[in-house]
Design a protein around this ligand. Structure first.
Ligand SMILES: Nc1ncnc2c1ncn2[C@@H]1O[C@H](COP(=O)(O)OP(=O)(O)OP(=O)(O)O)[C@@H](O)[C@H]1O
Ligand SMILES: [Mg+2]
Length: 237
């Protein structure tokens, strides 16, 4: 089942003098197992768009359907949020527990899972992001390097076993090593979802937001779609 965005528009503070149209008439369908990158200038609406995928923001016009579930329906939102794992920009700012394991366990706990299942999920998620549970579980999140913190934050999302993984500028603010570590995780969604095969039946459907200096997106509208080969060809020419 796909994610379908149909003629989506979003205006911040509608009806006020400060009303700001951040998205205008966006339509797009993403099928299971697809890897989608959204690139655009700062302020072009990338974060606004992806926050519609789990109903954090609701359409001013149009609709967003996740596996056929309409985000505007309040009673479906919990289900939608369990399908869509959202890693916000600088997710490490949201680490707050005393140990890495407790932080990663936060989401599964809120899902009402029992202790044994939570433990399985925490270990599984730490392994998936390349943090050895024996070494990292009992560390304070604040002792970790920037890249490790970000991987711990990602583990907290993976521990909820989402079907869709949405990452907002996952490499922002990291040093080259941290960027390489995150890139190694996400550049091959097939590899990470194969390791997560206990709950991923298809390769991961992944959304990735990246900033860009190239003129491929204008404010609030998609300028063009392309495949990676064509994009890099265009960017070079
Ligand atoms: N809560 C808000 N209230 C009013 N306007 C907002 C709000 N959040 C974002 N905007 C505006 O909407 C536009 C799109 O913002 P958004 O954060 O989606 O851009 P972005 O492409 O993610 O930018 P960046 O690359 O800097 O993260 C911007 O002009 C921004 O100022
Ligand atoms: Mg953003």
């Amino acid at each position: 089942m796909p994610i379908e965005i149909k003629q989506l528009s979003h205006t911040y503070l509608p009806g006020s003098q400060l009303a700001y149209p951040a998205l205008c008439d966006i339509s797009l369908t993403i099928e299971d197992g697809e890897f989608l990158g959204i690139i655009g200038h700062t302020g072009s609406g990338k974060s606004t768009l992806i926050q519609h995928l789990n109903g954090l923001l609701l359409p001013t016009d149009g609709s967003v359907l996740v596996d056929g579930l309409d985000t505007r329906e309040k009673k479906l939102r919990k289900r939608i949020r369990s399908l869509v794992g959202m890693v916000f920009q600088y997710p490490e700012y949201q680490l707050f527990e005393e140990t890495v394991a407790r932080d990663v366990a936060f989401g599964p706990k809120n899902m009402g899972l029992d202790e044994a299942e939570i433990k399985v999920r925490v270990n599984e998620a730490l392994v998936l992001v390349g943090l050895d549970p024996a070494e990292f579980s009992e560390k304070s999140p604040f002792e970790l390097s920037g890249g490790e913190k970000r991987r711990a934050a990602l583990a907290g999302i993976l521990a909820m076993r989402p079907k869709y993984l949405v990452l907002d500028e996952p490499m922002a603010g990291l040093d080259p090593r941290g960027r390489r570590e995150i890139l190694a995780l996400i550049e091959s969604p097939g590899a990470i979802s194969a390791r997560a095969s206990s709950w991923c039946r298809t390769p991961w459907t992944m959304w990735l937001c990246l900033p860009t200096a190239s003129p491929c997106s204008t404010k609030a509208r998609f300028s063009w779609w392309t495949n990676p080969k064509q994009f890099f060809h265009t960017a070079q020419s």
